[in-house]
Design a protein. Structure first.
Length: 236
């Protein structure tokens, strides 16, 4: 689906995004209001491409609802996940601040709401507001650390260890149980993209962890039965 056909008509409480995301809470009220005045709400449907790898980086996106993925396609046609993001998050920022094209393709995994900020206006705002420039430096540093973690996962951990690590990073405690919710898009194929492997390998890794009594896999939920041993498996 063409990224340019996204709807701009879907309303939602945009100010709530600025009250929950550390990037925004470190800013002055005046700076937050200035960003809000620049932002335009845009809705993307599940499966819709938000921008393609190589397109000019003309906007920064603030994710306020839904999940998106950023990926690169290898020469062999294999999809490698760069980031899987949930609200509230920013994406498209690296390319804008680096003055390059978008380094990967970003796609809506489910229905997504965003705030879209034009790159030239945002760069001008960064140049004139010290609180925003400091927040940008901190945010980009966090991105670098995230990519270092990705390189470490892909180069130093086997798939089973990557899976264990991913489960532990996304765990939630609900009614005293350690769980990882499964979204409609959390298929084996998407898990393989996220962990840099293929469907059959991720399926075997999941089965191995389940056979070892470390997890229990159900349709909508993965239960972490032994987080301590799972953490040990993540370091193998």
């Amino acid at each position: 689906m063409d990224s340019k056909s996204a709807s701009t008509q879907k309303p939602y409480p945009v100010r709530s995004a600025f009250q929950t995301f550390p990037f925004f809470t470190s800013l002055t009220t005046e700076t937050r209001d200035a960003i809000l005045n620049l932002a335009t709400p845009r809705h993307f449907s599940a499966g819709q491409v938000i921008y393609l790898e190589g397109e000019p980086a003309e906007h920064v996106f603030i994710l306020t609802k839904g999940w998106v993925k950023a990926t690169k396609i290898t020469k062999e046609g294999r999809e490698q996940g760069l980031m899987f993001l949930k609200p509230v998050e920013i994406f498209g920022d690296i390319a804008v601040f680096a003055g390059t094209s978008y380094p990967g393709t970003t796609t809506a995994l489910e229905d997504v709401d965003t705030l879209v900020v034009p790159a030239p206006a945002l760069l001008k705002l960064v140049a004139s507001n010290h609180d925003l420039s400091a927040a940008v430096i901190q945010r980009l540093s966090q991105r670098v650390l995230g990519f270092i973690d990705l390189v470490e996962d892909l180069s130093l951990r086997n798939v089973e260890a990557r899976l264990a690590c991913s489960l532990l990073r996304n765990v939630q405690v609900v009614d005293g149980q350690n769980i990882v919710p499964r979204h409609d898009w959390t298929t084996l194929d998407q898990m393989a993209v996220r962990l840099g492997t293929v469907r059959d390998v991720i399926s075997r890794a999941m089965k191995n962890l389940e056979t070892a009594g470390l997890i229990r896999v159900e349709k909508n939920t993965i239960y972490l039965l032994d987080p301590i041993k799972l953490a040990q498996r993540a370091e193998e």
